[in-house]
Design a protein around this ligand. Structure first.
Ligand SMILES: Cc1ncc(COP(=O)(O)O)c(C=O)c1O
Length: 386
């Protein structure tokens, strides 16, 4: 039995290898920071989502330790049994205030939040419309919901409006990444909000990569665009990227949050995150608000990288965010370049299908406030050589 299972599975693995799509895990032996220890060698880290350099911050780490002293290491139960602590309540309130929404709800991860929200809000007979290049967790949520699920052309409000007008569902949910995770470009959320208001659809924005980074105080894309709960009724953000801890949240009206508490299966049927993580995230939120220099520095590094990349003729995408993909001609070229960069001491993401559409494999370079100008220049130099 297990032999025949392994044989069948091995065929799939072999196929993936032949397609140059086989994935391997690099073992890191150090904390997340601007440099990582890999195979006994220090490499510059240009592939994390630690945009503000908070994943290994002493203030946050001390709050985490204090949280363990107060609450232990685990929550011990799901939120609806006995796992919901004061630490979780406090953080939810702080996140609601920060995003200018009446309420917020913590989830264990962004993946779980997206699956759980979409499947709780839409079901058979409803329609879910998503941007073509949305994150996998949003697409999976759409499929899980059993609603009629369609994708509209990337950032194309005309295509979206036509699809909404053609739908006779009573409930229509439109879902978009705020900052697209593999491209780094930003969704036209003002226009999307208008289309949704005109067609009586609900808009959900996943601001995983904008939260902490965009907006005057780091409250994300909705802050940058000045969009309240009426325009973006369902806002999702993650805490494992710019915030440097772990987990995610959804913010919106009291009715939305109560609906998720009652119906969101990935919220209900799982152990609540450790309270110490919530305490660490509260400390992180204070730093995100207070330390504007992190966002300023990040912006300068983005401008520096793009100017340098243009000079050496790299094929960049339209992104002004810390996600700076460099398109490659083929997946083999991508892997070769990636290996050469690693040999030169630079770790970047090598992103291939099915994460991105066929023929659009790319180096996914991510910048962080923890980088120095010299590191960015050295990366550009290495890219030029490789
Ligand atoms: C746009 C987007 N949404 C959601 C997620 C999932 O978040 P998490 O890592 O917290 O599960 C990611 C993470 O990679 C993402 O890029």
């Amino acid at each position: 039995m297990s032999n025949s299972m392994d044989r069948l599975l091995q065929e799939d693995l072999d196929k993936r290898r032949l397609q140059h799509l086989y994935r391997t895990r690099v073992r890191v032996d150090s904390a997340c920071s601007d440099q990582l220890s890999v195979d006994g060698k220090l490499v510059h880290n240009f592939c994390s989502n630690d945009y503000l350099g908070l994943a290994n911050n002493t203030v946050i780490a001390n709050a985490f330790k204090k949280g363990i002293d107060d609450y232990g290491t685990g929550s011990g139960a799901s939120h609806l049994i006995s796992g919901h602590s004061k630490a979780h309540c406090d953080l939810e309130q702080q996140l609601a205030e920060f995003t200018g929404r009446p309420k917020a709800l913590l989830f264990s991860s962004g993946y779980m939040a997206n699956m759980g929200v979409i499947a709780a809000l839409a079901g058979r007979g409803d329609t879910v419309l998503e941007d073509y290049v949305n994150h996998a967790s949003l697409l999976d949520g759409g499929l899980l919901s059993r609603a009629k699920f369609q994708r509209y052309k990337h950032k194309n409000c005309i295509d979206l409006e036509a699809k909404l007008n053609a739908s006779c569902s009573a409930r229509k949910l439109v879902v978009t990444d705020g900052v697209f995770s593999m491209d780094g470009d930003v969704a036209p959320v003002v226009e999307l909000a208008n289309v949704c208001q005109n067609t009586n659809a609900w808009l959900m924005v996943d601001d995983a990569h904008g939260f902490g980074v965009l907006g005057n105080t780091g409250a994300g894309l909705v802050e940058e665009l000045g969009l309240g709960v009426d325009q973006v009724p369902i806002l999702m953000g993650t805490l494992g990227k710019a915030f440097g801890t772990y987990g995610a949240f959804v913010a919106g009206t009291e009715t939305l949050i109560e609906t998720l508490v009652q119906f969101s299966r990935s919220y209900i049927y799982t152990t609540a995150p450790p309270p110490a993580v919530a305490i660490a995230t509260s400390a992180s939120l204070e730093l995100v608000k207070k330390e504007q220099w992190r966002r300023d520095k990040l912006k300068q590094l983005i401008v520096r990288f793009r100017a340098g990349a243009e000079q050496i003729g790299l094929s960049l995408m339209h992104s002004n965010t810390p996600i700076q993909p460099v398109l490659m001609e083929s997946d083999t070229q991508l892997l070769e370049t990636n290996n050469k960069l690693l040999e030169c001491g630079f770790m970047v993401g090598a992103i291939r299908p099915p994460t991105v559409p066929k023929g659009t494999g790319r180096l996914r370079i991510t910048l962080s406030a923890s980088h120095s100008e010299q590191q960015v220049d050295a990366l550009l130099d290495a890219l030029d050589r490789c």
